[in-house]
Design a protein around this ligand. Structure first.
Ligand code: ISL
Ligand code: CA
Length: 560
């Protein structure tokens, strides 16, 4: 297996709006990030991924871009960015940007021109269609509720938007659009950034003729998904981006691709395909949803987690590379979702960290994860900011008259604002995030859960992350080792080995609050084990052949 820096790296995702405000306007900014670089360096971070910082009217917090070549006013200036990049590099870290090219903002000059008339030169930068008998051109539904089509009076046509109506989809069938995007990507790479996380890239191709979805009820994601996700034409576009631009730089790329299993993922990441280094897959993020999609909240089972993740570990090994994550700005907080954010908060946050950092792939840490930040439950819908949440609430609770309480409960479980509350730096006012009024309320548990407290506590979640990340740098097997599941059918214990040449790891994870007994499989009995890390104070048991695990206990052993 080829060794490269991006396989050995640990990535930290910053959602700039919620990270650190430097000027008291309640919105995180680039100066704020600059002030925290030493914190990230000390944590052991190699690569910082910045969620979008480009000019944007913020309908979707920067994922709606109105100028790819400029910085969002609230975040600072291009000089601030250049300084940030230089300071990241000075510390021996790298910086990757979010590349959002499935759509722009409706306030992007291209779209303003495009909508102005049918014969405007930029008309075909976007996807315009006539209505069908006075209705939308087809039955596809947006990820953010309602039709993907928005009627525009000026020209009496509809434009397509897979996300909010302020995020019109670019027309990737138009060579002029592709030229513009290649040029822009090159411009950022020439500035010296170290790669991209590529937003919603699996959606850039739409099926020819934009057919109606004949099975509107059968979609986990949204109606029409099969016609605008992971189509063959997407790969052509990515390969041309790779060949013409990306391949000329020593960078890392990670595509965001919902709806793929390992087989389809290999089309994006297999070495030699010349597309991406890795992709974010969503299968493990769906194990707590029913057939109705993400808001259809269900309990999850460890056996599902094992089978999904095991499949990815096995099928990509030696052929592609995994991106490992439990948290990002679109997902609820993992400690609330897969751990226990009350009694075993600390143990379970460490357990989940142990899992992500001992699988084969590149681990991603999302801001606040390293201190065990939890979900939030605001009393009223007015406290929420996310366009996906607000549109969904309006559709279900207001228009369809569904029980508002039930809708709020699915927001508490799955809403994206769970991970967008301000970073909890200390126990002072507004968690040290801002001296003003934050754009979204802080989680009231900041007095208990914050960076400052955990920096002083050698048993903290933060200290544990640092230890795990250091360990990864000392043991190549943690990065490159082959994964082998043991105790496959155990419903509470998740255990596996990793092997790289002569180096071996044994990982034993008790995913729940019970106290199951671990039994070492016979084939490992004659080995000698050394405990590398554990989320409980080390106990005296030298015999690991059989032992009782404590709630959420995690142990990692090296063995020969
Ligand atoms: O999860 C999905 C739909 O619920 C995916 O199919 C979709 O690719 C994903 O939601 C895309 O997310 C990204 O693009 C969005 C933005 O709102 C998210 O924050 C971003 O991560 C639009 O730019
Ligand atoms: Ca600010």
């Amino acid at each position: 297996m080829k060794k490269t820096w991006w396989k050995e790296a640990v990535v930290y995702q910053i959602y700039p709006r919620s990270f650190q405000d430097s000027n008291g306007d309640g919105i995180g900014d680039l100066q704020g990030i600059l002030a925290k670089l030493d914190y990230l360096k000390d944590l052991g971070i190699d690569v910082i991924w910045l969620s979008p910082i480009y000019k944007s009217p913020n309908d979707d917090n920067g994922y709606d871009i109105s100028d790819y070549y400029d910085i969002m006013d609230e975040f600072g200036t291009m000089e601030d960015f250049d300084r940030l990049l230089a300071e990241v590099h000075n510390r021996g870290m790298k910086l990757i940007m979010d590349l959002v090219v499935n759509h722009t903002s409706d306030e992007h000059p291209w779209f303003i021109e495009s909508r102005s008339s049918k014969d405007n030169a930029k008309r075909d930068y976007y996807i315009w269609r006539h209505g069908k008998e006075g209705k939308e051109p087809n039955n596809w539904e947006s990820f953010f509720s309602g039709s993907v089509w928005e009627y525009d009076e000026t020209t009496d046509e509809y434009y397509l938007h897979l996300f909010s109506k302020k995020q019109p989809d670019l027309n990737w069938e138009n060579p002029a659009v592709i030229d513009e995007i290649h040029k822009m990507v090159k411009w950022w790479l020439d500035k010296g950034i170290d790669g991209f996380r590529v937003d919603a890239i699996n959606h850039i191709g739409k099926a020819d003729g934009l057919p109606d979805d004949p099975h509107p009820e059968e979609n986990f994601w949204t109606v029409g998904y099969r016609y605008f996700a992971n189509l063959p034409k997407v790969h052509k576009q990515i390969r041309s981006l790779h060949q013409e631009v990306l391949s000329r730089y020593d960078i890392m790329t990670v595509g965001e691709t919902s709806g793929v299993g390992p087989t389809e993922a290999l089309l994006y990441v297999e070495e030699g395909r010349e597309e991406f280094n890795m992709v974010f897959q969503f299968e493990h993020m769906s194990i707590d949803s029913g057939p109705g999609g993400k808001w259809d909240v269900r309990p999850w089972s460890l056996l599902d987690l094992k089978s999904v993740m095991g499949k990815w570990q096995k099928e990509l090994y030696g052929r592609g590379w995994n991106a490992l994550y439990f948290n990002n700005h679109d997902q609820p907080r993992a400690v609330s979702r897969f751990g226990d954010d009350a009694k075993y908060w600390k143990e379970s946050a460490k357990l989940l960290a142990t899992y992500i950092h001992t699988l084969c792939g590149t681990p991603y840490v999302y801001q606040g994860e390293e201190i065990g930040m939890t979900n939030v439950a605001f009393d009223t819908i007015d406290a929420y900011r996310d366009v996906e949440i607000l549109n969904m609430y309006k559709e279900k609770a207001v228009e369809q008259g569904q029980d508002a309480k039930t809708v709020m409960h699915s927001i508490y479980a799955k809403g994206r604002d769970n991970s967008r509350t301000p970073m909890q730096w200390d126990a002072g006012l507004q968690a040290g995030f801002t001296t003003g009024t934050p754009w979204i309320q802080v989680n009231p548990n900041y007095t208990r859960i914050n960076v400052k407290q955990q920096l002083q506590d050698s048993d903290s979640i933060l200290a544990y992350y640092r230890q795990l990340i250091r360990l990864r740098k000392q043991h190549e097997v943690m990065v490159y080792g082959d994964y082998q599941l043991i105790l496959a059918d155990h419903p509470e214990i998740y255990a596996y080995t990793r092997t790289f040449g002569d180096a071996h790891l044994l990982v034993v994870l008790n995913f729940f609050a019970g106290t199951p007994v671990f039994q070492l499989p016979a084939q490992l009995e004659l080995r000698s084990f050394k405990l590398l890390i554990s989320n409980y104070p080390e106990d005296s048991a030298t015999n690991i052949e059989t032992f009782t695990l404590r709630p959420y206990e995690a142990r990692v052993y090296a063995y020969e």
